[in-house]
Design a binder for this molecule. Structure first.
Ligand SMILES: Nc1nc2c(c(=O)[nH]1)N[C@H]1C(S)=C(S)[C@@H](COP(=O)(O)O)O[C@H]1N2
Ligand SMILES: [Mo]
Length: 210
C-alpha cells in the first residue's frame, strides 16, 4: 500500500472538502456518452505533438502496463458537487511519461485524449505535478470499465473532469486549446479550492477566448 502523500501548498488535509463540495458515499459513475469496449489488440497509448525529438511514442497495452508503477492517495471532486475522498490510485505517473517521452522546450500545455474524442486540456505544470497519475488501479484493484479501464487520468488538485477516463493519448501543445468540457462552459483551469467551476468565472489569462 502507498504511503499517504504530503499535500502541496494550497491543499487541505485529506478529510477536508473544497468549498461547496459534499461527501459522497460509495463511488458513483459520471461521464458523458457510452462506456467504450476495451479491445486490447487495437488499444494504444500515444504521445504526440511537440515531443522533444519530433517523434511520436506509442505503447500497446502490454507495454503501457509494464511502465514503472506508483501509487498516489487522492480525492475526486466532481464539479456537480460530490467528492470521493482518500482513494489509492495505482498506475503510471504523468511525470514518468514526461521522462520517457519528453516534450520540446516550448510546450506549455497538454491535451489528454480519450475514447470517442473526449479530451481535457491541462497546463504543463498541472500535468507534471507530482501526484498526477495515469491510473490503472484503485485501492489495489483494476479499474472497472465504467470507471475508466484500462487507464484514466487522475489530477488530484483539479476537478475530476480534468481526468479523462479511457485515456488513449497525450498531445503536447505549444499553446492552450480547450478540451471537451472546457469548450462547453466549464472553467479552463478547474481548481476546486478556488471553486473554478465555470468558464464565466475565468479571469484574464485563465484560458483561450471562447
Ligand atoms: N472519457 C471521459 N472521462 C471523464 C468524463 C467523461 O465524460 N468522459 N467525465 C469526468 C467527470 S465530470 C468526472 S466527475 C469523473 C467521474 O469519474 P467516475 O465515474 O469514476 O466517478 O470522470 C471524468 N472523466
Ligand atoms: Mo464531474
Amino acid at each position: 500500500m502507498g504511503q499517504p502523500v504530503e499535500r502541496e501548498s494550497g491543499e487541505a488535509a485529506a478529510s477536508e472538502l473544497p468549498p461547496g463540495q459534499r461527501l459522497q458515499r460509495g463511488w458513483p459513475v459520471t461521464h458523458y456518452g457510452p462506456v467504450p469496449k476495451f479491445r486490447p489488440e487495437r488499444w494504444e497509448f500515444r504521445v504526440f505533438g511537440g515531443t522533444a525529438d519530433g517523434e511520436k511514442r506509442c505503447w500497446n497495452h502490454e507495454e503501457f502496463t509494464a511502465l514503472p508503477y506508483a501509487t498516489v492517495v487522492a480525492d475526486l471532486h466532481c464539479v456537480t458537487k460530490f467528492s470521493m475522498l482518500g482513494a489509492e490510485w495505482g498506475g503510471v505517473p504523468a511525470r514518468t511519461v514526461l521522462e520517457i517521452a519528453p516534450p520540446a522546450a516550448d510546450v506549455t500545455h497538454v491535451m489528454v485524449w480519450a475514447e470517442y474524442g473526449f479530451s481535457s486540456n491541462l497546463r504543463l505544470e498541472d500535468f507534471a505535478a507530482e501526484r498526477t497519475i495515469f491510473a490503472t488501479h484503485k485501492d489495489g484493484e483494476l479499474l472497472t470499465a465504467e470507471h475508466g479501464f484500462p487507464v484514466r487520468l487522475v489530477v488530484p488538485h483539479l476537478y475530476a473532469w480534468k481526468g479523462p477516463k479511457w485515456v488513449r493519448g497525450v498531445e503536447y501543445m505549444t499553446a492552450d486549446r480547450r478540451g471537451f468540457w472546457e469548450e462547453r462552459g466549464y472553467h479552463n483551469i478547474g481548481d476546486p479550492w478556488k471553486e473554478q467551476r465555470y468558464s464565466y468565472q475565468e479571469g484574464p489569462g485563465d484560458g483561450p477566448e471562447l
